[in-house]
Design a protein around this ligand. Structure first.
Ligand code: BES
Ligand code: ZN
Length: 590
C-alpha cells in the first residue's frame, strides 16, 4: 500500500530495509561519528534505492560482494535533507554505506566536559524523533519502515556507550579504545535509533531495569526511580506483557531538549526529573507507556503523531491512577489542560496545527510540536472510552495492540479498525470534529474535582494568602496547580512573600521552580534574575525554555535580560532548543 510520508523519500515500490548493522567510531575531537552501515533488504532488489540523509558525508557505497555501487547524493532540501540514491545491481540483498556525520548533525549533541555533571569528560547523545535519524544514519527514515539493528560503537577507553538495544558485550582494543556491541532484535521505527556516550555508571533497580547516569548523579537517580518495577507491573496489568525485555533508564546532561524519549530498552531522561521527592515519575510512566503505544503500535508519519502521544498520555494517566489513585490522575489531566490551553493560544494564527490529523507537507515536525497531539489526543481517547464503556474499551485496546503490534498506522486506518470493532462509536463522539476541526470540540471531557476547583479558586483569590501550613500539606502537583493559577504580574512584595514563604527559589522540583520563575519573570522581579539566569544557562529542556523566555517578554528590562541570557546560554543549547528560544525572542520585537 502506498504510504506517502511527507517527511521521507521512502518509496514503497523499492525494497524495504529489514535490518541495519552499524559500525561507528566516535571521534570526540572531530565531533563526528565515522564508519559504516550495512542495510539488509527485506527482498532482493534492482534499480534505485532511495535513502534519507541529512548532513552526512558519504564516502563509498558497496554491494554484497564488496563491489562499488554507483550513488548520487541529491541537493539538500531544507526540511527533508538529501536523498541518497543508490543504484542496485540485480538481486542485491545488502548494501554498505561508508560515511561520517558532521559536527552540527541535527541528531547529535556533542557536549564539552563543562556541560556534564562531572566536568571532566565530553558526552554525546542522539535525539532522532521525529526526522533526525537520517542525520546519524542513512536510512529509510519513515516510521513505517521498521528495522532491527546491531551496533558496534568504538569510544575512548574511559567512556561507555549505550543504545536503544540490548547490550551484547564490549571489548578493549589494542589502541586503548573500547568497542561496545548492541543488538535490537525487534523491528523498530528508525526514530527510535539512539546512542549516548559518556562517563556512565549504572545501578540495578529491578531484575529488568537499571538506571545509567554520570557517577555524580547515579545514586540520586537510583533513589528517584527506585519504584520503576512497580510502574512496569501496573502498566503490564493494563496493557499486557512488557515486550522489550529490559526497561533501562539513562539520565542525560541538562541540555537534553526533552523531558523523556522512549528509546526502546533505554529511555532517555532529563536530569530535571531528579526532584529528590519522586514526584516526577509521571514522565517515566509516560515513556514506559510508549512501549505499547508508539514503540509497538506506531504512527505512520508525523501527520498522525497523536496516535503516539495522545494514546500515551491517556495510558500514562491510567498508570498514574493505578499507582496513586483517581485523584492523582485527575491532577495530571488538570495540568495537561493548562498545557493544552497554552498551545491553543500559541497556534492562534496557525489553526491547522491544532487539528489532530495534521497535514505537514512543507512543515518541519519540530515546528509543529506542541501539547495538542498529547492533550487533545488523550481527551479524544478518553471520550471514546467513556462512550464505549470501560469493559468494551478494555477489549478494544487489547484487540488494537494485538492487531497492530510492530506496525505503523494512519488516523484513517485507526478509524477503520475502530469502526469495525465498535461500530458507530466514532460518530457518537463526533470524531471528525476532533480530527479535522481546529481547537477543542465543545463537548470535550473536562476533568475536575472539588479539591481542584478549590485550589484554583484559592489561587485566583490572590492577594488572599493560603492559610498557614496549607501549602506544606499540598502534594507537588497541587502546589503546581496553585502557582499556575496565580495572577501575574504580581507586585514585588507579593513575589518576595511567595518566595520566602514557600522556598520557591530553592526548589529541586523543576516544575515548581520553573513555574515560580515564570511568575517572577512576568512580574519583572529583579531578585529572581540570578536564579533565572542560572536555570536558563544550565537546562535545555524546551518545555521550560519556552515559557520562561515568553514570560521574560514582560518589560523592556526583562527582554534585555532574556537577550543577555540567550547570548550566554545558546552555545550550550541543543540545536532544537536554540531554535525554539530564537523564535520566542524574535516574537518580542513583533
Ligand atoms: N516522544 C516524546 C518526545 C518527542 C516527541 C521527541 C516528538 C521528539 C519529537 C516523549 O515521549 C515525550 O512525549 N516526552 C515528554 C514527556 C511528557 C509528556 C511526560 C516531554 O519531553 O516533555
Ligand atoms: Zn511521548
Amino acid at each position: 500500500m502506498a504510504c506517502p510520508d511527507p517527511h521521507s523519500c521512502f518509496d514503497d515500490a523499492q525494497p524495504r530495509t529489514a535490518s541495519l548493522n552499524l559500525d561507528l567510531v566516535a571521534d570526540f575531537e572531530g565531533k563526528v561519528l565515522r564508519g559504516s552501515v550495512t542495510l539488509h533488504l527485506a527482498w532482493p532488489g534492482e534499480g534505485p534505492l532511495d535513502l534519507d540523509t541529512r548532513g552526512l558525508v558519504i564516502h563509498r557505497v558497496t554491494g554484497g560482494h564488496g563491489q562499488d555501487l554507483p550513488f548520487e547524493l541529491h541537493p539538500e532540501e531544507s526540511i527533508l535533507g538529501s536523498r541518497l540514491r543508490i543504484t542496485l545491481p540485480a538481486d542485491t540483498a545488502a548494501v554498505t554505506v561508508a560515511y561520517e556525520t558532521v559536527p552540527e548533525s541535527s541528531a547529535l549533541q556533542w557536549l564539552e566536559p563543562v556541560q556534564t555533571e562531572g566536568k571532566v569528560r565530553p558526552f554525546l547523545f542522539s535525539q532522532c524523533q521525529a526526522i533526525h535519524a537520517r542525520a546519524m544514519v542513512p536510512c529509510q527514515d519513515s516510521p513505517g519502515a521498521r528495522v532491527s539493528y546491531t551496533g558496534e560503537i568504538t569510544v575512548p577507553g574511559d567512556l561507555s556507550a549505550v543504545m536503544s538495544a540490548g547490550p551484547a558485550g564490549d571489548v578493549v582494543n589494542a589502541d586503548g579504545t573500547r568497542t561496545f556491541r548492541f543488538a535490537m532484535p525487534q523491528p523498530i521505527p528508525p526514530y527510535l535509533l539512539a546512542l549516548a556516550i559518556g562517563r556512565l555508571e549504572s545501578r540495578e533497580l529491578s531484575p529488568r531495569s537499571r538506571v545509567w547516569a554520570e557517577p555524580e548523579t547515579v545514586g540520586q537517580a537510583a533513589w528517584e526511580f527506585a519504584e520503576v518495577e512497580g510502574i512496569i507491573q501496573k502498566a503490564e496489568a493494563l496493557f499486557g506483557p512488557y515486550e522489550w525485555e529490559r526497561f533501562d533508564l539513562l539520565v542525560l546532561p541538562p541540555s537534553f531538549p526533552y523531558g523523556g524519549m522512549e528509546n526502546p530498552r533505554m529511555t532517555f531522561l532529563t536530569p530535571t526529573l531528579l526532584a529528590g521527592d519522586r514526584s516526577l515519575v509521571d514522565v517515566v510512566a509516560h515513556e514506559l507507556a510508549h512501549s505499547w503505544t508508539g514503540n509497538l503500535v506506531t504512527n505512520a508519519t508525523a501527520e498522525h503523531f497523536w496516535l503516539n502521544e495522545g494514546w500515551t498520555v491517556w495510558a500514562e494517566r491510567k498508570i498514574l491512577a493505578a499507582l496513586h489513585g483517581e485523584e492523582a490522575a485527575r491532577l495530571g489531566w488538570a495540568l495537561g489542560q493548562k498545557a493544552l490551553e497554552d498551545s491553543l493560544e500559541r497556534f492562534k494564527a496557525q489553526p491547522q496545527l491544532t487539528l489532530l490529523r495534521t497535514r505537514l507537507k512543507g512543515v518541519d515536525p519540530d515546528d509543529a510540536f506542541s501539547s495538542i497531539p498529547y492533550e487533545k489526543g488523550a481527551r479524544l481517547i478518553a471520550s471514546l472510552e467513556r462512550a464505549a464503556g470501560p469493559e468494551a474499551w478494555r477489549a478494544f485496546v487489547r484487540d488494537y495492540m494485538a492487531q497492530w503490534r510492530f506496525q505503523a498506522l494512519t488516523t484513517e486506518q485507526f478509524c477503520a479498525f475502530l469502526e469495525e470493532k465498535l461500530p458507530g462509536l466514532l460518530r457518537r463522539v463526533e470524531a471528525d470534529t476532533w480530527f479535522h476541526m481546529p481547537g477543542m470540540p465543545r463537548d470535550a471531557p473536562v476533568f475536575d474535582s472539588p479539591a481542584l476547583d478549590g485550589l484554583i479558586r484559592h489561587a485566583k483569590a490572590w492577594p488572599e494568602r493560603p492559610a498557614p501550613g496549607a501549602w506544606e500539606g499540598w502534594s507537588p502537583a497541587r502546589q503546581l496547580i496553585y502557582l499556575q493559577n496565580l495572577p501575574r504580574p504580581l507586585p514585588a512584595e507579593d513575589c518576595d512573600w511567595l518566595d520566602r514563604s514557600f522556598g520557591l527559589s530553592a526548589k529541586g522540583n523543576h516544575e515548581l521552580l520553573v513555574e515560580w520563575l515564570c511568575i517572577a519573570a512576568a512580574s519583572d522581579f529583579e531578585p529572581a534574575f540570578p536564579a533565572l539566569r542560572a536555570v536558563l544557562t544550565r537546562v535545555g529542556r524546551m518545555k521550560y525554555l519556552r515559557p520562561l523566555f515568553m514570560a521574560l517578554g514582560a518589560t523592556a528590562r526583562t527582554r534585555a535580560l532574556a537577550r543577555s541570557i540567550f547570548e550566554e546560554a545558546s552555545p550550550g543549547y541543543h540545536g532544537l532548543s536554540r531554535r525554539v528560544v530564537q523564535g520566542v525572542l524574535d516574537a518580542y520585537a513583533a
